[in-house]
Design a protein around this ligand. Structure first.
Ligand code: FMN
Length: 204
């Protein structure tokens, strides 16, 4: 069983419709540590030693967040700038994260078709996440295609429940080491077809 650290970042959780439900589906899973960064660091005063300890004691790091300006909320950037230190995460002797896995799990207001060459956002979400992917690779991590919930404003409660169930299924698959990484490596999003990525559930 692999341990999962969810770095959760939503600056306005009281207004969240989707992340709040994804978080509820994830936080009680055995093997998952749910770490709410905005709750823990409302003043951006990040405890670097604590964050590094958390990273060292988990195998898989999930950054869960809404897509803000084609990127993460600001606290994740601050977290990266402070926590991923030279000589610890990268550079000479910096091997603390080597061999671990990273996943972005994000929600986006725009629909999937907006995120392509001819769409209004011109790039795929995966392309826009390139700084995070390359950061993970520089640290020797394995970077998975992002888990993405699109068109958040159009989703009704049952749509959100379905995405929350998918998110839980992905986390269970990662935890249990049964997610087929080769099968999804070029997927535009990890949750495009979970039946390709994960073994069939008992229901089918
Ligand atoms: C400051 C801000 C920036 C945003 N930037 C984007 C964006 O770049 N692309 C996008 O698709 N949606 C964008 N959105 C929409 C959010 O991604 C969307 O409201 C959120 O994912 C919904 O999740 P929630 O219900 O958990 O808040 C933005 C919203 C805010 C408030």
């Amino acid at each position: 069983m692999h341990s999962i650290l969810i770095l959760f970042a939503h600056p306005a959780l009281e207004r969240s419709r989707v992340n709040v439900r994804l978080a509820a589906a994830a936080r009680d899973l055995p093997g998952v540590t749910f770490h709410d960064l905005y709750q823990r660091y409302p003043d951006f005063d990040i405890d670097v030693a604590r964050e590094q300890e958390l990273l060292e004691s988990h195998d898989i790091v999930v950054m869960q967040h809404p897509f803000y300006w084609y990127s993460t909320p600001a606290l994740i950037k601050e977290w990266e700038d402070l926590v991923l230190q030279h000589g610890w995460a990268y550079g000479s002797g910096g091997t603390a994260l080597a061999g671990k896995t990273m996943l972005n799990a994000l929600t986006a207001g725009a629909p999937e078709e907006a995120y392509c060459r001819v769409g209004r956002n011109r790039y795929t979400v995966r392309e826009l996440l390139a700084p995070l992917e390359q950061t993970a690779l520089l640290c020797g991590m394995d970077y998975l295609p992002p888990f993405i919930v699109h068109a958040t404003h159009t989703l009704d409660a049952s749509d959100i429940d379905r995405h929350a169930a998918d998110y839980r299924r992905v986390l269970e698959g990662l935890r249990d080491g049964v997610l087929d990484r080769d099968a999804v490596k070029d997927a535009v999003r990890l949750n495009a077809d979970l039946d390709v990525a994960l073994p069939a559930t008992e229901e089918g």
